[in-house]
Design a binder for this molecule. Structure first.
Ligand code: FA5
Length: 328
């Protein structure tokens, strides 16, 4: 058995010293020194030896195992060093290569518009809150004074999730949530996000679009405050020369209501609606309508970069074609 031990040790040492890679070395380690390895197997044969030879053989075996373990450790270090050197060589910078521009990511034009809107509105004293994309029917419609079976529903054909929930058709749905929380006036609140309507797609309509809603409740608010805030907001977004147009319009949640448009070249671009918050809503919110009034507006976000960057089809925003996006 001693000869066998010597034979295995010298075979193992040669193999370890010649191992071509860390993985090969690990295999050898298991093959010879592992729990079911060949050296360990010799230990099991020790019982068959005469008693006086057992201790000697045991010592020889342990010594052989220790030498082989050392050899494995030495080879491990050598291989690690060599493998690191190869990696570094692969990653080395070739200083003779001509320079190349790094491809830079950039913000989507809608994200830029969104942060511009926030910057301007925060400057006008609005605080931003988050709304829900899957909205309760009661917040999307009931809270907003939609009478049953009113034709105003027709303009907001909806994607229903179940009998009482839908993908919100307007960010105005934030009002009910905010009013339920019972904040005392005065306040200026805003929210911005996606809206969804069951609509045919065309250059200015999409099933998925974005709106920004702002509203304020305080003592003595009038239509003049609304006009002032919106005009200032449009100047902040489109520049000091922008012309803003207000025309009478109907929304169940405002009285009076107006449509808001800005001049775009030789056309008017309808951005959204606005008005003084309907007293029914203020009453439901628990505010004294003799003392408090409020304004509210809701504007389409997607149409703003259309005017600012001269984009003629808002479907481009959803397609995410890099040839389009890289122009901004
Ligand atoms: C509303 O959604 C009201 N919530 C606005 C409002 C708020 C009025 C507060 C009064 C007080 P309207 O359905 O008109 O109104 O939508 C407002 C704007 O959202 C539109 O003018 C348009 O800019 C944008 N918009 C509406 N539908 C789409 C669509 N399918 N694709 C792209 N933009 C849309």
């Amino acid at each position: 058995m001693t000869e066998e031990l010597e034979a295995i040790e010298s075979e193992a040492t040669r193999a370890v010293n010649a191992a071509p890679s860390s993985e090969a070395l690990e295999k050898l380690n298991i093959e010879y020194l592992g729990r079911n390895g060949r050296l360990t197997a010799l230990l099991r044969g020790i019982g068959a030896l005469p008693n006086d030879q057992k201790p000697l053989f045991g010592q020889a075996l342990n010594a052989a195992k220790a030498r082989l373990t050392d050899a494995v450790a030495v080879r491990t270090e050598a291989l690690k060093g060599a493998e690191r050197a190869t990696r570094e060589q692969d990653e080395a910078i070739d200083v003779t290569l001509p320079g190349r521009a790094r491809p830079m990511g950039r913000l989507h034009p809608l994200s830029r518009t969104e942060s511009d809107i926030k910057r301007v509105m925060i400057g006008l004293g609005f605080e931003f809150v988050d709304g829900l994309n899957i909205e309760g029917y009661s917040y999307n419609f009931d809270w907003l004074n939609f009478p049953p079976d009113h034709p105003a529903f027709d303009e907001q054909a909806s994607f229903y999730v179940d009998d009482t929930h839908l993908l919100r058709t307007q960010t105005t749905a934030i009002q009910g949530h905010f009013f339920e929380a019972g904040r005392k006036p005065p306040f200026r609140v805003a929210t911005i996000g996606r809206c969804y309507r069951y609509e045919n797609m065309d250059a200015t309509h999409s099933h998925t679009f974005h709106q920004v809603d702002g509203f304020s409740v305080a003592e003595g608010i009038s239509l003049a405050d609304l006009k002032g805030v919106l005009a200032e907001m449009m100047r902040g977004l489109f520049g000091p020369e922008v012309t803003v147009r207000f025309r009478p319009d109907f929304f169940p949640f405002v009285e009076p209501g107006v449509e808001v448009a800005v001049r775009w070249g030789d056309r008017w671009l309808e951005l959204g609606g606005a008005g003084l918050i309907h007293p029914n809503i203020l009453r439901r919110a628990g505010y004294d309508t003799e003392r408090y009034t409020g304004f509210a507006f809701g504007l389409g976000v997607d149409r703003m970069p259309m005017r600012r960057y001269g984009i003629d089809d808002l479907r481009e925003f959803l397609i995410s074609d890099l040839r389009f996006l890289q122009q901004f």
